[in-house]
Design a protein around this ligand. Structure first.
Ligand code: DAH
Length: 447
């Protein structure tokens, strides 16, 4: 009864506030094609990742520097800020959903390795074959069919197929991106998935007219997929949004202002983003939606309907703890880590910078090779050589010579270490080494 009254209210309720076509996997700003120089051949030595050997091929672009991050498991280090946020989200989900015996409904999976198949990361989630999020310039491919997961959604199908119907996944994810205070090629996400059959959604005593699927499916509409009944979708949407609004309030405080924004993901329809208002800005907290029925069909649970969400742990931790730079999460420095030694994850912490070390900025102007160049390659090269000495790389100028037709990029590299002062001499040495490596490996010519 309660459920039917709620449904009536929901069916009369208008949907969504504004429309924005959000990107699939965060931002995709790199406009260059991904025809990169071949760096590995079949005769190259195998890559060993977490004890497993992978034979590189012509698609491999993962770098040793990136592989150093695999296995750090920051989200499992007790009292690491990312672990504290993971615990807060988990604790909230456990309190919000319990089974008939009073036990938590959602299981937590945080040890699934980051090396996944391209099928798991993209195909199983219905990401179109030509979708930009698959680009080599945006992902770390171990080889053509294997990738460092770009999102925790990569585990949806495997866990559904294993028979789970309510689960959380926490893990490190990898994306090639620009370098600045809020972007790092490795970050952490949490995923939540719940699937339900008719009885679970409407209750065992529900009116037999209430169904998950429309007996005469029409075309897809903004508010629902073809096969779903409107009443099932509305109830799912209500549960999902209530759950996530509760999470936002638990994390940011009961008075937090929030809004729902329509968006697009290949794996959900309808899809939304939740934004919260912080310091006069709207912060995107998570993406979510009603799972595509085809994903459930392919996972052997086609008789169910599901919702899912995904959120980034760094973004939340930076706001909640006032952490100014995403690289700090990788610090082994006690000056950073000790600030998060709290008795309980709900305790509030305001990070205080231990000290500010000076920045040093140097420009590098290069002529680009005729073809096959991507700025993402340059960012990776800087990351590989510069490691934690580079705070930011920005493309500050682009032009094409009117006579020769040659294209040129100017990159500004900001050098700063989070934990010590860099000497001018070591910055100069590194800057020169970057120019030399770019010339040799990427075919550019330093101007
Ligand atoms: N995988 C998405 C991303 O990385 C986040 C996401 C959106 C996960 C919607 C979901 C979802 O499960 O339903 O941008």
């Amino acid at each position: 009864m309660r459920c039917q009254r709620l449904l009536l209210e929901l069916l009369g309720q208008s949907v969504c506030s504004r429309t924005s076509h959000g990107p699939l996997l965060g931002r995709h700003r790199c406009p260059w094609p991904s025809r990169l120089p071949v760096r590995h051949s079949s005769s190259a030595p195998p890559l060993v990742i977490e004890g497993v050997e992978y034979q590189p091929d012509d698609w491999t672009n993962v770098t040793p520097r990136i592989l150093e991050h695999v296995g750090r498991r920051l989200h499992e280090q007790p009292q690491h800020p990312l672990c504290l946020i993971k615990q807060r989200v988990t604790r909230y989900m456990h309190s919000a959903f319990r089974n008939a015996r009073g036990n938590p409904l959602f299981s937590l999976h945080e040890r699934l390795g980051p090396v996944v198949s391209v099928a798991a990361n993209f195909d199983s989630l219905l990401v179109p074959a030509d979708h930009p999020s698959r680009r080599r310039s945006d992902n770390y491919y171990v080889r053509r069919d294997t990738v460092l997961r770009a999102h925790t959604s990569a585990h949806q199908t495997e866990l559904l197929t294993a028979g789970l119907d309510a689960f959380l996944v926490a893990g490190d994810v990898y994306r090639r991106d620009e370098i600045d205070r809020t972007h790092y090629p490795v970050f952490h996400q949490m995923e939540g998935v719940r699937v339900m059959n008719r009885e679970q959604l409407f209750g065992v005593m529900a009116d037999p007219q209430l169904r998950l699927f429309d007996p005469s499916p029409g075309p897809r509409r903004p508010e629902k997929q073809e096969a779903h009944s409107l009443e099932a979708v509305k109830l799912m949407e209500h549960e999902l949004k209530t759950c996530l609004e509760g999470l936002a309030k638990r994390l940011f405080g009961a008075d937090i202002e929030y809004r729902w924004v329509d968006c697009y993901f290949p794996f959900t329809h309808p899809s939304w983003e939740l934004e919260v208002r912080l310091d006069d800005d709207w912060l995107e907290v998570l993406g979510c939606g009603i799972m595509e029925k085809r994903i459930l069909d392919n996972s052997g649970v086609g008789d169910r309907i599901g919702w899912a969400f995904g959120l980034g742990l760094e973004r939340l931790a930076m706001k909640l703890y006032n952490i100014p730079d995403i690289r700090l999460f990788w610090s082994r420095d006690s000056g950073f880590l000790n600030q998060f030694k709290v008795g309980d994850c709900e305790q509030s912490v305001q990070y205080k910078p231990v000290s500010q070390y000076p920045q040093c900025s140097n420009d590098l102007s290069v002529w680009l090779p005729g073809s096959g160049y991507s700025a993402a390659d340059f960012y990776d090269l800087v990351r590989s050589l510069g490691g934690d000495m580079v705070e930011q790389v920005t493309l500050v100028d682009e032009f094409t010579h009117p006579k020769s037709g040659r294209a040129s990029h100017c990159y500004r590299i900001v050098y700063r270490h989070m934990e010590r002062t860099l000497t001018q001499a070591e910055v100069n040495r590194l800057h020169e080494a970057i120019g030399a490596a770019a010339t040799e490996q990427l075919g550019v010519q330093v101007r």
